[in-house]
Design a protein around this ligand. Sequence first.
Ligand code: PGA
Length: 253
Amino acid sequence: MRKKIVAGNWKMNMTFEEGQILTSEIVNMYKDENIKDVVAILNPPFPHIFPVKKLVGDVSGVKIGAQNCSDKASGAFTGEVSAKILASFGVEYVIIGHSERREYFHEGNELLAVKVKEALAHGLKPIFCCGESLDIRTAGTHEPNVKFQLTESLFDLSPEDFSKVVIAYEPIWAIGTGKTATAEQAQEMHAALRRHIASKYGKDIAAETSILYGGSCNPKNAQEIFSKEDVDGGLIGGASLKSRDFMDIIKSF
Ligand code: PGA
């Protein structure tokens, strides 16, 4: 059975104090509301990682992720953070290839392939983001476009490494816009991606790969989206900054 995952992407939000409050509330609700079969991943900005990790303590279903890592192993790269450093702070996941990184920081498929390998080499599990722009959706070429992103950045991995990757399908036109993909649109793409993975790595690995939906997911629409066969959870931006909303999304399965 593949993992159900709800990952919160805080992006560039939350002061130290706000992050501490948000984390404490989430951890307390996760325990009090007896969540058992959904992994919650908190992906705060870098400086929060260590204090957030301390607050989460031994609550095993709540994990820590970073929002990015360097493609370089170490050295004179001012302002960068390596996968090795993240791993040494107890980080388990790292978001790679978010559309905001692709667009604003010009990260392309080739660079992302290097980042994925770097993350895996240090024991981090990549949450690999893919998704199409509105133009591509309107032109009807979204399926080959998104499959190509996987082929270019992931399909060089060994089957063992690939099985550690979580996929997040995030249509760019749905991110932060309040315009969600319909549950049917999400299911259609998730099923296509799973078939694409099966064509490269076989049915078993494809069946075990968690594929998350992201893009204006909230407590009102999560249940319908998560009810689809190939949707294994969500990557949540805005709604992950409010503990009650984030928990209600976790409880939408
Ligand atoms: P959103 O962001 O939920 O605010 O649309 C999702 C994401 O960018 O991961």
